[in-house]
Design a protein around this ligand. Structure first.
Ligand code: PDD
Length: 280
């Protein structure tokens, strides 16, 4: 793979970042994952706007213009011949060569790295045809989940807990209400109505969420943004998640309770189709 590090395109084995980088030492870093279908970036503008917001919330400098960022994305997709896959982007506060809780001087150069992940068959994955089994776990992440930071240890542990239970993913619960999945936004459908948690600091403002809710409204589907419990989701007709890495993913089981007939529900399937059609 050819990767990008601070202005250079390099073979992945030659790419280097300092051991003092605050992204490495303190997870002082933000990221974006943009999907690629038919060699084209999906919703790059949405990801660029959210990146700017994340940087701004953490008083981090913008490493380059959003036009330059688009060029870097496109070049990596081309250099690596990606037809279906992902582009990962990370920006860190960099380092002034030591470990310190205090931020380095404001003129410290941010670190920016990008790499591609080739995922042939992403749009027609086996997982999307089967649907996902999820478990619920407590949400013990920090309180600014709207900022897309690389503090992903707990979501990673959550995914491992799901795997250990023979499932695919975990939904997190705070104060009795579902927040989101480890790396996706969460929805259930009851009597034709789509229910999902409203935007706040408690969840990531998914780029796919925004697009899918718009498409659902355009398709005259009923949507309610409100808090919901895991018990409501277990009693639902169907459920699903959205993310740039899995688009719309049907959920067929929650904490061992089968939803509907245990196969992907019609609304999740239809939204997946609409999303893939319209994004391409
Ligand atoms: N995750 N919620 C969380 C906690 C996420 O990490 C993600 C994305 C989403 C969905 O956001 P979007 O639709 O913009 O991808 C919601 C990415 C894909 C990841 O960490 O790999």
């Amino acid at each position: 793979r050819t990767v990008y590090v601070n202005g250079e395109y390099l073979p992945e084995t030659e790419a280097k970042v300092s051991i003092f980088d605050r992204g490495f030492l303190m997870a002082d870093a933000v990221y974006e994952v943009t999907s690629v279908l038919d060699g084209k970036l999906i919703d790059f503008d949405g990801h660029a706007v959210r990146l700017k917001r994340s940087l701004n919330e953490l008083q981090m400098a913008e490493p380059c213009s959003m036009d330059e960022l688009l060029e870097i994305h496109r070049k990596l997709v081309e250099l690596n011949g990606i037809e279906e896959g992902l582009v990962y982007l990370q920006v860190t506060r960099g380092s002034d060569g030591d470990r310190d809780f205090v931020f380095p001087p404001a003129d410290t150069k941010p670190t920016m790295v990008l790499f591609t992940q080739n995922k042939p068959g992403l749009a027609d994955s086996e997982a999307s045809r089967t649907g996902a089994k999820i478990i619920s776990i407590e949400d013990i992440r920090w309180g600014r989940r709207d900022i897309k930071t690389t503090q992903l240890l707990y979501p990673s542990l959550g995914k491992m807990m799901a795997k250990a239970a023979g499932c695919d993913d975990a939904w997190m619960i705070e104060d009795g209400y579902v927040t989101e999945g480890t790396s996706n936004n969460a929805y259930f459908v009851k009597n034709g109505k789509i229910v999902t948690r409203p935007l706040s600091n408690d969840i990531l403002h998914g780029i796919t969420r925004k697009a899918v809710l718009r498409m659902a409204a355009e398709a005259q589907m009923e949507i309610e943004e409100r808090l919901f419990t895991i018990d409501e989701a277990k009693e639902a007709d169907e459920a699903f998640t959205t993310s740039a890495s899995a688009f719309v993913m049907p959920v067929i089981e929650i904490d061992g309770v089968m939803l509907g007939d245990g196969t992907p529900g019609p609304i999740a399937k239809r939204l997946r189709e609409i999303y893939l059609d319209e994004s391409r």
